[in-house]
Design a protein. Structure first.
Length: 468
């Protein structure tokens, strides 16, 4: 039709589009036009089709659309550890299970694990995630970029190898200079590559295994590059107590005393807070990442004692993270339900954490935590065209009176049908377009055999029922 604008892609007839835009619009019979990887128009199907045309058109009838979900915390190299760290408290989980597992991994194993994580994330609607760091960043980048999604990269840093919490495996022992050097290498190597689908962050993985010098040095690097700084904090009473023993103050107070807390910091878990620390967080406003399934699986108590709803009400940005496959699921849709319903149950308050808040945590809040809020996290003109279409004809979506409610309270990521990243379709009818999933699953089995062959499986995993 003459006079129409030319787009690269039109997605039309979307039953419900949850935009999470500034007005939090939900559009019935919606359409989007995508041009040069960005949303060029968003609105009613009739209006969009009247002004835009494209050679490629996708029909969204019977579907619910959302922005691409943003997972603010996932150890993608832990995806081969599913089932290897059950019924373990914080110290046992780290020093008896996950650090030995991580020390047993080689670069080829990390490549397989990260690819498996990318498959799960994309199939469940996550288009961008934040990597807290492992020891093979190049393999991590290759796997994630190969799947077609976005990431915020980091490399693992610890420089206090013996602490109250335990002793690191020998292969993971590094000093401050090495941690700083390899972080600087990431910033020299990766920014500007991969068509803007990846950015770089600085990360010290554990506070009780990180010196003040390391924390300050990594903050300096992050500030130099306008990047986020991330760390695990306050995720169990064990780490809270260890910080007081080692440093004379709890974790958030320690960060405040070092002068590193600000809106460009990402704090993972943050359940175990003291009153003064709540005031500090409200003042400094870092992003807090709630990881419900991780806490539920290991009994960390982050929902039982956590203050995420209150901190959100006080203006702190709170997002969501799946954490790792060690706690079972890698599905941010389910994390929304765990968070919303967990807090309702524990506080005996059904008004707490409504589904709208959970969706914000998984989209726009996650984008803000990743430092990408001007690019992703909502369906708005000018933003990157990251879009998820859920199959609303699946039984768990019906009857469909309220798509916000159904997404959080009844759906799972398994109902995702199509996923677009920058306008490229990376999931089609529930299957990845860039990845041979059957081939990867064969590689997963081989990598699992390699890793378990290097571990003392009697210590890492115990089957309580007899196997014949």
């Amino acid at each position: 039709m003459s006079g129409q604008n030319q787009a690269d892609l039109l997605v039309r007839n979307i039953d419900w589009l949850i935009t999470v835009d500034a007005k939090r619009r939900i559009i019935r019979d919606a359409a989007v036009a995508v041009k040069d990887g960005k949303f060029a128009a968003v609105g009613k199907t009739a209006a969009i089709e009247g002004t835009w045309r494209a050679d490629r058109v996708v029909d969204g009838a019977g579907m619910v659309g959302t922005p691409g979900l943003v997972d603010n915390h996932l150890h993608s190299s832990f995806s081969l550890a599913r089932g290897l760290a059950d019924e373990a408290n914080a110290q046992s989980f780290l020093f008896g299970h996950m650090y030995p597992y991580e020390a047993a991994m080689r670069e080829e194993d990390v490549a397989v694990s990260v690819t498996l994580a990318a498959i799960e994330m994309l199939r469940h609607g996550v288009t961008c995630y934040i990597e807290p760091g492992n020891y093979h960043p190049d393999a991590t980048v290759d796997a994630v970029m190969g799947a077609g999604m976005r990431m915020v990269l980091a490399v693992s840093c610890f420089d206090q190898n013996k602490a109250v919490t335990g002793l690191m495996p020998e292969s993971m022992i590094e000093d401050t200079a090495r941690c700083v050097a390899k972080t600087e290498e990431l910033f020299e190597k990766y920014p500007g590559k991969h068509a803007g689908r990846m950015t770089v962050s600085a990360s010290f993985r554990g506070m009780n295994n990180s010196s003040d010098d390391l924390i300050l040095a990594l903050k300096g690097i992050a500030q130099q590059h306008g990047a986020i700084l991330q760390t695990h904090a306050c995720y169990s009473y064990f780490t809270h107590d260890a910080s007081i023993v080692q440093h004379g103050k709890p974790e958030i107070e320690r960060l405040e005393s070092l002068g590193v807390l600000d809106e460009n910091m990402l704090l993972l878990h943050t359940g175990w807070l003291e009153p003064k620390e709540i005031a500090i967080l409200v003042h400094r406003k870092p992003t807090l990442v709630c990881c419900p399934s991780s806490s539920l699986h290991n009994g960390y108590g982050n929902l039982a004692v956590g203050m995420h709803p209150e901190l959100m009400a006080l203006g702190v940005n709170v997002s969501l993270g799946a954490d790792h496959a060690s706690s079972g699921t890698v599905d941010l849709v389910q994390e929304m339900r765990y968070c919303a319903c967990g807090y309702k149950e524990i506080r005996l308050n059904p008004r707490l954490m409504p589904p709208e808040h959970a969706i914000e945590m998984a989209t726009i809040n996650g984008a803000r935590g990743a430092g990408l809020v001007d690019r992703v996290g909502s369906v708005e003109v000018g933003k990157e065209a990251d879009l998820v279409l859920f199959d609303a004809m699946a039984s768990e979506w019906q009857p469909l009176y309220n798509p916000v409610s159904n997404l959080v309270y009844s759906a799972t990521g398994n109902t995702v049908k199509h996923v677009f990243v920058g306008g490229e379709q990376v999931v089609l009818n529930g299957r990845l377009t860039r990845i041979d999933e059957r081939k990867i699953m064969r590689e997963v089995a081989k990598a699992g055999t390699r890793i378990t062959g290097r571990l003392n499986m009697d210590k890492v995993m115990k089957l309580l029922w007899p196997v014949e």
